[in-house]
Design a binder for this molecule. Structure first.
Ligand SMILES: [Zn+2]
Length: 329
């Protein structure tokens, strides 16, 4: 599983540019699927047919990124954010463009050394000597992502874009483990989550599932003087109760909890103050879809070094597989 995590973590896929990620996933799922299709927005919809209810599992393929908005006379690139790019995570990071071009994030001279420079005081330095020189390599509208290698730390792993390539890995692994599906399963790899849950909206509308589960990452409180949260790495899959954008279906949540108890899958309950997932929009699709969310506890979300525990990943896969076997009325 780690090889696949590495491949997906290092792939280039800011919102709206998910091709590379989609191609990797397509290859991976093909031998296990009854059908694989890409919808008009770019969502990858992988079906494993069964006679029961229509279940939709969703994980997003896109990652946060940078978009070039202006190139100055000296060849420095000004940029805007693609999704939740926090200025505190950016200074002196390396970024990469689709064609492999690498740049470094620099900042204007700060007036207050203690203050973090906002995005409009930052720029990307690609080593260009002039505007003309820069324009030979990159243009306005092109996107970049963090440039960072995946590393295996043993029980834990660290890399960029674990949000939400780890969710993609969970779905792929679950698909591989489901042999004779009880329900009609749709594994959906969505686009443009980081800019407003856009792919989940259209794919859920098209599929019209009876129940849905989104798989994504969530923050933890287990670091020094960290955020006040009981969520911790290594304590199992997080079953969402509430986040900023949704209250998970109590029915789905309770079923997930009872399966976890019965199958002895370690789990923790998640209440997240900020942030949300594809689950938010799937839940309010058409006349409503009872939706739950499984989260992989992750440290340093939306940074180039998102760190998580493989035991939690395994627990997430197991719970998703067991949920897929449930019989619903
Ligand atoms: Zn995410």
């Amino acid at each position: 599983m780690k090889d696949l995590i590495k491949k997906l973590s290092e792939a280039f896929g800011p919102s709206g540019n998910e091709d590379e990620v989609r191609n990797i996933i397509k290859k991976e799922v093909k031998p296990y699927a009854d059908s694989v299709k890409v919808d008009k927005l770019g969502n990858l919809i992988v079906r494993k047919k069964g006679k029961g209810k229509k279940l939709m599992f969703a994980a997003h393929m896109d990652e946060i990124g940078f978009i070039v908005s202006y190139i100055d006379k000296k060849g420095f690139l000004r940029f805007s954010n693609v999704g939740g790019l926090f200025p505190i995570n950016l200074l002196h990071q390396r970024v990469m463009f689709k064609n492999g071009l690498v740049g470094v994030v620099g900042e204007e001279k700060r007036k207050d050394l203690k203050a973090v420079s906002p995005l409009d005081k930052l720029y990307i330095d690609i080593g260009a000597k002039s505007k003309e020189d820069a324009e030979k390599k990159v243009g306005v509208g092109e996107m970049a992502v963090f440039s960072r290698e995946f590393r295996d730390l043993g029980d834990r792993v660290v890399g960029k874009a674990m949000d939400d390539r780890i969710g993609c890995v969970v779905l792929i692994e679950a698909l591989k483990r489901v042999k004779n599906p009880v329900n009609d399963l749709y594994f959906v790899f969505t686009v443009q989550e980081e800019v407003g849950l856009r792919g989940a909206r259209t794919s859920a509308f098209g599929i019209e599932p009876d129940y849905a589960i989104a798989v994504d990452v969530t923050g933890t409180g287990d670091t020094p003087e960290g955020w006040k949260s009981p969520l911790a790495l290594g304590k199992g899959v997080a079953i969402k109760v509430k986040d900023w954008g949704m209250i998970a279906s109590a029915y789905v949540r309770d079923r997930l909890v009872s399966i976890a108890k019965k199958k002895k899958i370690p789990y923790q309950l998640e209440v997240l103050e900020g942030g949300t997932t594809d689950g938010m929009v799937i839940e309010i699709t058409k006349s409503g879809v009872p939706t739950g969310v499984l989260s992989v506890p992750t440290r340093y979300i939306h940074s180039p070094s998102e760190l998580l525990d493989m035991g939690d990943v395994e627990a997430t896969v197991k719970l998703l597989v067991e949920f897929s076997k449930e019989r619903f009325n």
